[in-house]
Design a protein around this ligand. Structure first.
Ligand SMILES: Cc1ncc(COP(=O)(O)O)c(C=O)c1O
Length: 375
């Protein structure tokens, strides 16, 4: 199978990630933080090691500012639900995923918040000036999808963070599509939500929330933390405040190895993926009847969406899947950006490249699309 659905979850995982998961399951008998025996301590060590690494990667001042979550949606929900109060205003980009929009629309529909969805410039970029003009005394949070999971367009997050900070508004960065490839730390966001299972190459069921600049949202879950057990109340200290219940140790062990891989390779992954993405984009543009969406005049990640003639995107994706090319059609849980692209009706076929794809994978997709366009 040629796997080109890395924006959903990365595959394959590096062998060391699989080894780390296996090691945690085979050799570590114990619940981290829940006892002083060797297994519990060994599990706790892996978790702390991964936390330290993630803090370094994300530019957190202290490891405890990194909280383990179950995916990016879980991290976003913690940040959003834990920060907002009745009467608040929230500003978001047009490119947000439903992981952001659905919690916000719930509050909006209940009359609890005012939601302002900011339009992009013609090139798909949200202007920092638009953000500046939208902020008022009630703005409690700005949320930005760092890169769209549909077009790959990479927003000027650093400039937008500076605008937010100048006006005292925290920025929550959805780094679902930039973790592992872009310099997330340089954005200087106040909260960063990211999956462990996409660009960080860890297992599914892992995610991170990084809390910087003193951010302290209310926790989504409360319960046993293995700490301050004499108290019936949730500990205030980080990271225990957010990490109730048994951790996903095999997942975190795998994420630890994934982070190692990503940090060891640095910007080489991004450069490699970009070379393949350019090959794909240029190749698709040369196929008669194919429409390629997104970023001709903006920086982007290695995500490319397209359509073949007037064919419904799910149908086109199914035809390609039958040829053993795994990619995704439809609306990708991001209806607003499809509305902006004018693809609400048909959706789009999305190819998303990972570090283990090859030129041959890209050429095989191009050939298959060429054939499809002639049917
Ligand atoms: C931009 C964006 N945000 C959030 C998410 C949700 O991530 P997860 O599946 O880890 O919950 C995704 C998933 O594809 C995404 O692309």
């Amino acid at each position: 199978m040629i796997y080109l659905d890395n924006a959903a979850t990365s595959y394959p995982k590096p062998p060391e990630v699989i080894d780390a998961v296996r090691n945690a399951m085979e050799n570590i008998g114990g619940n981290p933080g829940r006892g002083g025996h060797a297994g519990a301590l060994a599990g706790g060590k892996i978790i702390e090691n991964c936390r330290e690494k993630a803090a370094e990667y994300l530019g957190a001042e202290k490891p405890e500012q990194v909280v383990f979550c179950f995916n990016c949606t879980d991290a976003l929900n913690t940040a959003i639900r834990g920060t907002l109060h009745e009467g608040d205003e929230v500003i978001v980009s047009h490119a947000e995923h439903n992981a952001v929009m659905r919690p916000l629309m719930g509050y909006h529909d209940a009359g609890k918040i005012t939601l302002r969805i900011l339009p992009p410039e013609a090139n798909g970029l949200l202007s920092p000036d638009t953000v500046r003009a939208a902020i008022n005394g009630k703005t409690a949070l700005c949320i930005l999808c760092h890169a769209s999971n549909v077009t790959g367009i990479l927003q000027p997050a650093r400039e937008i963070a500076a605008v937010c900070h100048a006006q005292g508004v925290p920025l929550l960065l959805d780094a679902a599509q930039t973790a592992g490839t872009e310099d997330i730390a340089a954005v200087n966001a106040d909260m960063i939500a990211l999956p462990g299972h996409k660009g960080l190459l860890g297992p599914m069921g892992t995610g991170l929330l990084c809390l910087r600049h003193g951010m302290l949202p209310r926790p989504l879950r409360e319960g046993g933390t293995g700490s301050v057990s004499e108290s019936l109340r949730q500990p205030a200290m980080l990271p225990d405040r957010y990490e109730s219940g048994t951790a996903n140790l095999p997942g975190i062990a795998g994420l630890n190895a994934g982070l190692d891989f990503v940090m060891r390779h640095g910007s080489a992954i991004r450069e490699y993926e970009h070379t393949l993405a350019s090959r794909l984009r240029n190749g698709l543009k040369n196929i008669h009847g194919v429409t390629v969406y997104g970023a001709d005049h903006a920086p982007q990640t290695a995500v490319i969406s397209f359509n073949v003639g007037t064919m419904e995107s799910g149908e086109a994706a199914d035809a390609l899947n039958r040829q053993n090319i795994a990619l995704r059609g439809g609306l990708h849980c991001a209806p607003s950006i499809h509305a902006w692209l004018g693809t609400t009706q048909n959706g789009a076929v999305r190819a998303s490249i990972g570090p283990f794809n090859t030129e041959q994978d890209i050429d095989a997709l191009l050939l298959a699309v060429q054939h499809l366009s002639q049917t």
